[in-house]
Design a protein around this ligand. Structure first.
Ligand code: PXP
Length: 240
């Protein structure tokens, strides 16, 4: 299983003062050095953290694939396609949200998405879609010829203490199997941390986890290299 490290919140801290530190590029290179398999950034329409300059420099310097999360809009397509990251992940986005809320409703948006996915493919960029674990969404992703789906683990991660996670995990596992049968690469992410990642990391179809907030939070205390290494250990040796 691969680990994609999302460095948005290094940029959040930089933007808090509008200056140059901490430098998200340095964080990405440190994560790469510690064994991360992908670097993920979310280019939001309001540019609250990641800037176009970050994506341009990351694309030039990284030795591992760059995954840019963005809304499925023509403006994002124009900007992101010109930077040629290896992957784009289409996510729902509203300006008010603190973080991504739920998966993209692709069954509803299919005619619009079909062209956007084709345009990314024409620029040699692979497309993943962030969706909830729902069979209609998975089947639509396959029909739209997406390369991958990233299952939203936000509801699982947000369960209150003492709530049985099994029903959510069962739905996730079933949809992972379906996606894999439909030849979609399977990823997952949102809200994962050292305490809750085990059962997700144990799902055999999942090829990659995208994790940001908990790694960057932990890195305040132990540094980004150690925070990445700890997460890699947790996903390689899931203690379910
Ligand atoms: N995957 C997607 C599609 C996201 O939008 C985010 C948050 O930017 C993540 C994964 C990572 O979530 P977290 O920061 O909670 O680990």
């Amino acid at each position: 299983m691969r680990l994609g490290v999302n460095i948005d919140h290094v940029a959040t801290l930089r933007q808090a003062r509008g200056g140059h530190e901490p430098e998200p590029i340095a964080a990405a290179l440190a994560a790469q050095g510690a064994g991360a398999h992908t670097i993920t950034v979310h280019m939001r329409q309001d540019r609250r953290h990641i800037q176009e300059r970050d994506i341009r420099i990351l694309k030039e310097l990284l030795l591992i694939p760059l995954n840019v999360e963005c809304a499925a809009t023509p403006e994002a397509l124009e900007m992101v396609a010109s930077m040629r990251p290896q992957w784009v992940t289409l996510v729902p986005e509203t300006r008010e949200e603190l973080t991504t809320q739920g998966g993209l409703d692709i069954a509803f948006l299919q005619s619009h998405l079909r062209q956007i996915i084709r345009d990314y493919h024409a620029s040699d960029i692979r497309v993943s879609i962030f969706i909830d674990a729902n069979t209609d969404q998975v089947k639509t992703a396959a029909k739209l010829e997406a390369d991958a789906v990233e299952f939203n683990t936000g509801s699982y991660a947000g369960l209150s203490l003492g709530t049985n996670p099994e029903p959510l995990l069962a739905a996730l596992k079933e949809n992972c199997r379906l996606a894999s049968r439909l030849e979609l690469e399977v990823l997952a992410g949102h809200g994962l941390n050292l305490r809750n990642v085990g059962p997700i990391a144990a799902i055999p179809e999942i090829m990659e986890l995208n994790i940001g907030h908990s790694i960057i939070s932990r890195s305040v205390f132990v540094g980004i290299e150690q925070a990445v290494r700890e997460m890699l250990k947790a996903i390689r040796e899931p203690d379910v």
